[in-house]
Design a protein around this ligand. Sequence first.
Ligand code: HEC
Length: 198
Amino acid sequence: MRKYLIVFIAGVLLVPAAIYLYFRSGYAPVATSASPLPFERFFAKLAMRATLSREEAKPQVPPPTEADLVSGARLYREDCAVCHGLPNQPQSAIAAGMYPHPPQFFRTGETSSFDPGHPFRPLDPKAFWKVKNGVRLTGMPGFKDSLTEQQILAVSEFVSNARALPPSAVSVLEGKSENPVHAESSSGSRSFQVPNHK
Ligand code: HEC
């Protein structure tokens, strides 16, 4: 009996000791270009999925209007494009050097599948949660202290519709034109009003 107890205690001590030695060895991945830690992806996904299903941060809103997407485009250009990319532009040096790589919302050579007769895609609550709260240890910032709820909504809806943007939003992205409705915000500052979702 005593023998088993000793083996059991040794086993319990061995696991944390092995983990400690692994991190202490200098071979654990710490560079952004290194491969992930053992189980890193598994645990990160597990934790994120559990959090998203627990919090159910779902603002109940109707699908966005064109004006919402134009507002979202302006915010995206300012706060997100450096990591998540712009249509027909190479990935930025910042995005290329990050681990995990920020997902690129536009692909080179891809044409927008915008169809004026088709309603825009509704908000993806997961995207909304991530934009609001950020994703720890990934570089994805949380914007709840720097953007209003309406702005977070608009930019999240924008991302969900990145593959089928109306030309007005595309030209804001390309820095070509400002929508006359939002002319007062043409400085690109954050003082504009995101249209209310009624
Ligand atoms: C400094 C770089 C950086 C900036 C700036 C940034 N992001 Fe991210 N974002 C990331 C990274 C990295 C991830 C991947 C996180 C992960 O692996 O879970 C990410 C993930 C996301 C996701 C989840 C995508 C998915 O498929 O799960 C959304 C949505 C998103 N970002 C939207 C935005 C929006 C909107 C903005 C601007 C308001 C923004 N991000 C600004 C780096 C950035």
